[in-house]
Design a protein around this ligand. Structure first.
Ligand SMILES: [Zn+2]
Length: 359
């Protein structure tokens, strides 16, 4: 292509996403992804856009005043909101920028359609809590802006991070305007320990939260099965105005914090399925905000590249650009994985049957 037509919100300031030495989240990922795009000869296709910080008013679309005041206090004393999530002015500053990029992406995607990328997905922050490296929930704030500032009626959030998106789920748990679908590692085996098949929303929002808990070691085939069986039919029936996908490369089988089994081809497949849902079929809306930030270990940006290629429908030899793939030792047999997945999908559909014709 080479005509600068893929919009990505990127700033050198993302390097300030730094929780200090020894923390599993390394901020070099942003610059090194840009370098990898160069190596993959994709950099000329990219239109880098600057980030504008969210205002307090933006944050208040989702977060409580008391919570925001608490964050300001922690920032002043260089505190922590939870053991793994330090709060200082660099972290609040960069997370405000990430929220701002989501809001900018919302405007751009409505104006032009197509796919807009941000380096976001802070899905563990709730209305009145922060945790899991997340203070402000850019996914939820972006969805709220689409609904309340830009007149959209239905937003579908597809959270493909290995960790379940508890913050986003809680924020929209009673809200039927947002269909929240999360595919993640079985919460009995991974933080945040939420996202079971029976968590489907409450009140008017009942049926509009969908959790797909994948057994540990799930790989290409089980993911493909679950996405075809649950995600695509829901997109077709819900008919969203905009889709937001969030999640980085932590479902990768070499990730240091998780225990899933996707290889680069698996990440690419998952992303390609999202592209297909956005542009083909009954639920195609032609508008996607794509958010990537997670991944832990040496493989993060290679996983991002495999996903980026899938989302954009680009023919990129992402495997040739990456070091030899790490194979996680051990795991379940394919047969056992299939049996657990089959039962989980059947249980999930039982919970959703009263709310969706497709099940
Ligand atoms: Zn994660």
């Amino acid at each position: 292509m080479g005509d600068n037509n893929i919009p990505i919100f990127f700033s050198e300031q993302l390097a300030k996403f730094n929780f200090g030495q020894g923390h599993p989240f390394h901020p070099e990922r942003f610059a090194s992804f840009i370098r990898l795009l160069k190596k993959a000869e994709l950099i000329d296709d990219i239109h880098k856009m600057g980030l504008i910080s969210a205002t307090d008013e933006d944050l208040r679309m989702v977060h409580d005043d008391n919570y925001l005041a608490h964050i300001k206090y922690l920032e002043k004393i260089n505190g922590r909101i939870t053991m793994d999530t330090p709060v200082n002015s660099d972290v609040t500053g960069v997370q405000s920028l990430i929220v701002g990029s989501g809001l900018q992406a919302a405007e751009l995607v409505l104006e032009k359609g197509g796919i807009v990328h941000t380096f976001g997905g802070l899905h563990h922050a709730g209305k009145d809590y922060g945790e899991g490296f997340c203070l402000y929930n850019d996914v939820a704030i972006t969805a709220k802006a689409l609904l309340e500032r830009h007149g959209q009626k239905r937003v579908l959030i597809f959270d493909t991070d290995a960790h379940q998106g508890n913050g986003t789920m809680d924020i929209f748990y009673d809200d039927p305007r947002v269909l929240f679908i999360s595919i993640h590692q079985d919460p009995r085996t991974l933080y945040p320990g939420r996202g079971f098949v029976n968590e489907i929303g409450v009140g008017a929002g009942e049926g509009y939260t969908v959790n797909i808990p994948m057994p540990p070691y799930s790989s290409y085939f089980q993911y493909e099965w679950a996405i075809d069986d649950i995600f695509q039919p829901l997109v077709n029936e819900f008919k969203p105005d905009v889709i937001i996908r969030n999640g980085g490369s932590d479902p990768y089988h070499g990730d240091e914090l998780t225990l899933l089994g996707l290889d680069y081809d698996g990440l690419n497949m998952m992303a390609s399925k999202v592209r297909k849902a956005v542009f083909e079929g009954d639920g195609a809306c032609g508008k996607l905000i794509d958010m990537m930030v997670s991944g832990y270990g040496d493989f993060v940006t290679y996983g991002w590249l495999a996903m980026f290629a899938g989302i954009q429908g680009l023919d990129v030899d992402y495997r040739a650009l990456a070091p030899a793939e790490y194979k996680r030792p051990g795991g379940y047999t394919a047969d056992k994985l299939d049996r657990i997945t089959e039962k989980m999908l059947a249980d999930l559909k039982t919970h959703l049957r009263n709310h969706w014709k497709c099940f």
